[in-house]
Design a protein around this ligand. Structure first.
Ligand code: NAD
Length: 482
């Protein structure tokens, strides 16, 4: 059976404890293999190595750092499917279309990060004393702990890792315990591309063990977490105890507004894509849909048709929209939210049960009139479930969208740009998209949230700013000849 160790400073090693854990395939429930289970001693070893790796990597010129990241992009462009496609399907239950998109996006992210290596701009500012000059330069933080989730185990990890590297940091990765194999393959990719081996380690393990050790390690300078809000709160509290910087990309309950002038069929197709891609296991999925009264009946009928027409199950079928959720716990959480909402008076328009195609596959689910205090309306489901609510007009639609502790992404479907922009300015969210659903990616965009969706931004220069510190240097130039 497949067995993988930890990747510490370019070497595959067993955990100091000798412990391992199994990796399961969500589609079949079969054991894919086992991986070493990192603990405190392994964390210590990886962080010590990162300290040395940081010096080796930061001494490289921007052009050399750019070349490594470009090389990684080139390898993924040429060999991405061979290296990652089967892993993404098997380990994270990704449909082949989603897996391919992740691989393509990974190329894009690596190329974009490569460019950022050369753009760590500084500033100068005026001084009232003409003899003095001031410079502001950007320096890397040192060692960044990258703690990643399972839903897009390659592209999200790339986004979290490549930009801190571009800025000259070393990284220690703690991937989701559900998807360690993809992360180990990512670590190998960077080493193959020429990254100094000590500048990257990958530590498969559990959040409460290896993750917590990493967050608390005194030689870790910064923590980047993409994960649930519950984990984010814990990690932020721990990191701040040691004054480590944190960047948190957390959960969401994104709203999609459908205004009265939208075409109902088109709006339903966009909405279905925005919620059902990867079974709704997307932080920015439009899990709440707010529809103006006039268009509500036609939109709801069209969304039901869309939901019931999706191809589910076989992950290697090019038409499959989604397959299983990551594990049985996730399935039970979603079904419980749906049952509780029904008991509280909500209407189940469609779905709400396991599909015959697989035990972890939930049918596309649409709920009407969910009480505003129900879990399915307020809390993240991270499954193929959306709630549709009616609004009397634009103002009320915005108020409903803002009635959430989360604020990651939102979207407005309208042909009236002025309405769209009004909504965009009034919705409290890290992003608002007009004429699209709420799940949008762009390697240059500042991705991140407000409220319980976290803080800090990732993507393009927003990432490199996040993973550098500014330093003020001033100098007395002596008296100047006029
Ligand atoms: P999770 O919070 O369970 O785990 C995320 C990571 O944190 C994992 O690697 C886990 O092992 C680690 N972890 C857990 N407890 C820890 C602790 N005490 N200390 C240190 N590390 C710990 O999240 P998940 O279930 O893997 O992923 C799904 C969640 O991620 C959803 O809430 C989703 O919205 C969110 N997410 C957010 C974004 C974004 O960009 N905002 C993107 C993708 C996923």
């Amino acid at each position: 059976m497949l067995h993988r160790g930890l990747l510490i400073a370019g070497r595959e090693v067993n955990a100091a404890s000798g412990e391992t854990f199994p990796v399961l395939a969500p589609e079949t429930g079969l054991v894919l293999g086992s991986v070493a289970r990192a603990g405190a001693r392994d964390v210590n070893q990886a962080v010590e190595a990162a300290g040395r790796g940081f010096l080796a990597w930061y001494r490289k010129t921007p052009a050399e750092r750019e070349a490594v990241l470009l090389k990684a992009a080139e390898i993924v462009a040429e060999e991405g499917e061979a290296r990652f496609l089967e892993l993404l399907i098997d380990e994270s239950g990704s449909a082949i279309r989603k897996a391919r998109r992740e691989i393509q996006y990974t190329v894009d992210l690596l190329r974009t990060a490569a460019g950022e290596s050369r753009r760590l701009y500084g500033e100068t500012f005026p001084n009232d004393d003409p003899q003095k000059i001031s410079l502001v330069i950007r320096e890397p933080l040192g060692t960044v702990a990258v703690i990643s989730p399972y839903n897009a185990p390659l592209s999200l990890l790339t986004k979290m890792a490549a930009f801190p590297l571009a800025a000259g940091n070393a990284i220690v990765i703690k991937p989701s315990e559900e998807t360690p194999l993809t992360a180990l393959a990512f670590g190998k990719l960077l080493i193959d591309a020429g990254l100094p081996a000590e500048a990257i380690s990958v530590l498969p393990g559990f959040g409460s063990e290896c993750g917590a050790e990493l967050v608390n390690h005194p030689r870790v300078d910064s923590v980047a977490l993409t994960g649930s809000t519950q984990t984010g709160v814990l990690v932020a509290q721990q990191a701040l105890k040691g004054m480590r910087r944190v960047q948190l990309e957390l959960g969401g309950k994104s709203a999609l507004l459908v205004l009265e002038d939208a075409d109902p069929e088109q709006a339903a197709a966009i909405a279905a894509q925005g919620i059902f891609t990867h079974a709704g296991q997307i932080c920015m999925a439009n899990a709440r849909i707010v529809v103006e009264e006039k268009i509500y009946p036609a939109f709801v009928a069209a969304l039901k048709r869309e939901a019931e027409s999706l191809t589910l199950g076989n992950l290697r079928d090019e038409n499959t929209v989604y397959g299983p959720l990551i594990n049985a716990r996730a399935v039970e959480k979603v079904l419980e939210q749906v049952r509780a909402a029904q008991s509280a008076g909500a209407t189940l328009l469609t779905g709400g049960e396991i599909s015959p195609v697989g035990p972890l596959v939930i049918k596309p689910t649409v709920i009407l009139d969910a009480p505003k205090d129900s879990a399915v309306w307020r809390e993240e489901s991270f499954g193929p479930v959306t709630c549709v609510a009616k609004a009397s007009g634009l103002q009320q639609a915005i108020e409903i969208a803002n009635d959430s502790e989360y604020g990651l992404s939102a979207a407005v479907l309208t042909n009236n740009l002025q309405w769209g922009l009004q909504a965009a300015r009034k919705i409290r969210s890290g992003a608002v998209h007009i004429g699209m659903h709420s799940f949008q990616s762009n390697a240059l965009a500042p991705i991140g949230g407000v409220g319980m969706s976290g803080f800090g931004r990732s993507g393009g220069r927003y990432s490199t700013e996040e993973f550098t510190e500014v330093k003020w240097i001033s100098a007395d130039t002596g008296s100047l000849p006029v």
